[in-house]
Design a binder for this molecule. Structure first.
Ligand SMILES: [Zn+2]
Length: 233
């Protein structure tokens, strides 16, 4: 067999390995991205719970301030009742206001109690979720670390194949490499054997002359139909 053909077959094998390694790296990168996204989602769920907890606390604080304000108002109305010189009608109005405020305070105190319960439950739940998240993040980090190691290993292999390819390319005539690269852009298998008088790539019959020329191994022979480089087994 022609030396160049043997080298082209080797080049093709290297390119298959490179393609395989590159697609495995791509798959691992996608897997890593998925894990990262999952970690983000889980963290954002816990962040949301924390925001909810903070808003409950803010509501509770506002409610207490509101109750204090109503209390102050009642005291003020009471002072007016006790010390002010006001008409009977005004006294009635003040008493009605005091009554309303007390009812409102009662309602708000009930709401405040419910809110306190909710805050307590949410605090416990949040603490649990934070703990779970820490465990999950450690797991995901370790999975991502393993993927990184694997990718690094594959890339190392890839670099070794690249170096071998470069050596091979340097040994081949430039136009032959160009011919191969041009075919490789179209086909995964630019170099194929002749099988029972047919091209191993497109499966169409090749001429007897082509078969003979390939058998001679004096030159690079191509398929009349698909232009793949042919060799005789
Ligand atoms: Zn062909």
């Amino acid at each position: 067999m022609n030396d160049a053909i043997a080298q082209l077959i080797e080049l093709q094998e290297i390119d298959h390995k490179r393609g395989d390694l590159a697609s495995r790296v791509k798959g691992l990168e996608a897997q890593k991205e998925q894990l990262r996204r999952r970690a983000q989602q889980e963290r954002s769920a816990v962040d949301k719970l924390q925001e909810h907890l903070e808003s409950l606390k803010r509501n509770s604080l506002m409610m207490n301030l509101e109750v204090d304000k109503l209390d102050d108002q009642i005291r003020d109305y009471q002072d007016q009742l006790d010390t002010g010189i006001i008409s009977f009608k005004e006294m009635e109005a003040l008493r009605a206001k005091i009554g309303n405020q007390r009812t409102r305070i009662g309602e708000m105190e009930d709401e405040a109690l419910q809110l306190m319960d909710e805050i307590e439950e949410t605090t416990v739940q949040h603490a649990q979720e934070v703990e779970k998240l820490a465990v999950r993040e450690a797991e995901l980090d370790s999975e991502i670390g393993k993927i990184d190691d694997h990718v690094a290993q594959l890339q190392q292999e890839l670099a070794e194949w690249e170096a071998k390819r470069e050596q091979l390319v340097e040994a081949l005539p430039r136009h032959v490499v160009q011919q191969y690269d041009h075919l490789h852009a179209k086909f995964e298998d630019p170099v194929v054997p002749i099988e029972n008088g047919t091209c191993g790539g497109c499966k169409l019959t090749v001429s007897g002359t082509t078969v003979e020329r390939a058998r001679d191994g004096m030159e690079i022979v191509t398929c009349e139909n698909c232009s793949r480089i042919l060799y005789a087994r």
